[in-house]
Design a protein around this ligand. Sequence first.
Ligand SMILES: [Zn+2]
Length: 486
Amino acid sequence: MDHARLARETVDTLAPYLKELMDRQIPDPEAPLNKIEAFRLWRLIYPKIALRSGVIQAAKKIIEENSAGNRAALTHQLTQVYRTNEHIALEVMEIIRSHPRQEEEPTPQSRADYFFQPTSPGKEFSAEQVSCQVCGTKDETLRLVSYPYVVSLIIVTFRRVFQGVYCGKHANRYYFLAVFITMTIGWLGIPFGFLFTPLTLSSLLTVDKKLRPANAKLLLEIAKSRLETDERNAAAVYLKESLWLEDSEQARSLAKKLLPELGPAAQPSFTFQLTSLLFNFLTVWIMGFLIGLVDGVISLPLETGSENVSILVMVFSYLPLILLLFFGSYMAAHLSGETAQRVQLDSKWSGRIFTITLSLGVVYAIFTGKFLAINQMGSHLDPQNFLDSLFYYGGMIFNGGWQLILQIFVGKAPTYLLFLIFVLLGGVLFLWNLLDHITQSVQWQHSLDEITGSMAQESGTLAVLTTALLVLIFSLVFGTVFFLTS
Ligand SMILES: [Zn+2]
């Protein structure tokens, strides 16, 4: 598709009416056909372009002066929008191609047809049209997203941003991409790369949290529009998601209209809660284990090799670890927040205990994975039969963490000191991310209980305590076995 040409045609259609369109004035049914068409186009593209300040700036310039230069600037901006939003480009093309440029006298009926779904004045955007700008998905995972990243080329440093409405899948993808780009080539610039990289990384850690109120509003608007079209179950799904992001008066008043759909939800059984929590713990543990394993494999040649490794190589060898800690804590937090929702965790304290259990587990798992990688590759022991290797690897999986910690503190392994510091910082990152998501889920359950007026019979505390106790007993038993046999 020729996106530039499509953008030029769009700009030609929009230019005479831009002021009214920006003011969101709906044309009256007697308005000329071109104006109605411009309105229809604007309504289609507005949800996307409203998030790009470049497009809005260019549109404002045309209102000031409808010159060829200003129109070219807007065309350029719109081309980008169409390139990244293929489905919008297709819809725009359909509108433009189906109505040739020449003035024709329309019949009153065909004019009315243009308003396939009338928008009420004063609404900021037509919520029912908001969709993922990459794939066009419309579901409750939709989010306004703004992920900054840094690109450096030795003496120049660029700061860019992935911005727009994305579905859950694509938001994750662009988040990882932003972190990956920033961490690998962001800091390779003098002097701004060093300055902007940590700033960008810290804003990548907090940006989702900052956008929660805006996203709560977005999902609430979609919920309202779904209720208007009588899709009550869909409206309830959007409302619940909005409520997780932020509890507001608006959300509660809409919730009152959706009471039958909202609940009260069936109380999960203790067995379900316990298995969900244990499974969550196991998944996060394996995540940590893999982080340690991968880091061990990558950095092994440096740690066992020569003593005079340059600082730059050292720093480079830790990049994968930092990346993995970043991603791991992000994924673990999302996963555990969802688990907390599923088991209907309803007490702050049980949320905190679960968070601490997970964080301690993940730190230990990283040590274990690292130990396994080191000993697997520089293997001195060669297990003879299946039973031997079962004991050998089994022992390592449960005691590897302790062995590595002992090596660092008792043995002579100063190279691991930096590793230790990174893992502990990573543990703090996990703790912080997990606490945020789990607390959010606990508060959400609380609000939902209040709204639906259901009595919180069981807060999930018992299941959390049992999980923590099982994990503790398990590690104590295996820890003792290790210290007795070594
Ligand atoms: Zn998508």
